[in-house]
Design a binder for this molecule. Sequence first.
Ligand code: SAM
Length: 171
Amino acid sequence: MNHDELSALADPTFEQYFLVSPEKLQMLFDAAGIRPDDSVLEVGAGAGTVARHMPPCRTLTVVELDSRLIDTLRHEVPQATVVQGNALQIVPLIPHDVLIGNLPNVVTEALIDILPELPFRTAVLAAGRHTDFSRLQSTFDVSEVTTISGEDFRPPQPSVSRIVRVARRGR
Ligand SMILES: C[S@@+](CC[C@H](N)C(=O)[O-])C[C@H]1O[C@@H](n2cnc3c(N)ncnc32)[C@H](O)[C@@H]1O
């Protein structure tokens, strides 16, 4: 899918900006540290621009709320199990070693609340500049990987967000 087609698919109601920067995708995957025997779960998978470049892993499950994008995800990421629904309800039901997400900020805030109950080794999440991860610091190492904005996305994202790595200590 080219950049014009991605932009045409995006629905601002769902804050749909699709990450296309090869450099930022590589930084995301480096931070995730995906191993060939990992189960990977991506939430808010959009049109599959992240998932289609996912490094080799044992299983890949992608979750997307917008039912319009489900056929696109099945086409773009044929190796993935595609699930339509709300990430906050689905994430606790799917075992995973690595969690990747670029969700609207309000959803990410709610996801952070449930992170301690999830099984992942490493999570890599896009978050707003002011999203508060401090509540995780007793259990996880939290570090900023990079910032993402504008031309990193199609359509260009008007705001600046951060990619944040959350790693469970001792794993
Ligand atoms: C900013 S886009 C990111 C898409 C893709 N991960 C990327 O980086 O290119 C956010 C996506 O999250 C989806 N989304 C919004 N709320 C969601 C929720 N509660 N559960 C699952 N997906 C959601 C939107 O429909 C949208 O496709």
